[in-house]
Design a protein around this ligand. Structure first.
Ligand SMILES: [Zn+2]
Length: 179
């Protein structure tokens, strides 16, 4: 009846030199978000990790590429699928600095991501725990587990500062109001 692959709790092996904690991975995702900011993009960064190894990373490139689907996590998912030569990202965990939107939440389910670490929630567009809770919907044949809060303050501050600066810029150019 269900194609749901067996899900396992996030349970990294015994710490080694290479072992990174979830917090350390999220720090790397935040680095990706900073790269987006440097390009004038909304600062969101993502990583995909499997067996405590980095598989792929990505940051938001929507403006630079004039492409509405180039969100950080979609870039990371596509890179991971190419690298692992499979669209099923079984046993892969996603680190994302902002709660995924509806499009990306759909892609996360499609890719069979195991667990999603979200830094900060997005009350305006989040589809994981804010506007929608799609990962909890048992009608889908895969439900990623998820959690929020790692580097929440840092990720949230980065976004708030970005939008504040954008508003100031727009004001000085006397453009219309920003949402
Ligand atoms: Zn998205």
């Amino acid at each position: 009846m269900s194609e749901t692959p067996a899900r396992r709790a996030h349970n990294p092996k015994a710490p080694s030199k290479q072992h990174k904690s979830a917090l350390e991975w999220m720090k790397l995702a935040l680095k990706e978000a900073h790269k987006a900011q440097t390009l004038g993009e909304v600062p969101v960064g993502a990583l995909i990790v499997k067996d405590n190894k980095l598989v792929s990373k990505g940051f938001n490139l929507r403006e630079s590429k004039n492409n509405p689907i180039l969100h950080a996590e979609l870039i990371a998912i596509q890179k991971a699928a190419r690298k692992l030569k499979s669209w099923r990202l079984i046993d892969c965990d996603l680190y994302i600095t902002l709660e995924p939107c509806l499009m990306c939440s759909g892609a996360i389910i499609q890719a069979r991501i195991r667990h999603v670490y979200i830094a900060t929630e997005d009350p305006k567009a989040g589809a994981c725990c804010s506007l929608y809770q799609v990962f909890n919907d048992k009608r889908f044949n895969h439900q990623p587990t998820w959690e929020t809060g790692l580097l929440k303050e840092e990720s949230s501050l980065l976004l708030k500062t970005f939008f504040k600066n954008l508003r100031t810029k727009k004001k000085t150019r006397s453009h219309g109001p920003l949402k």
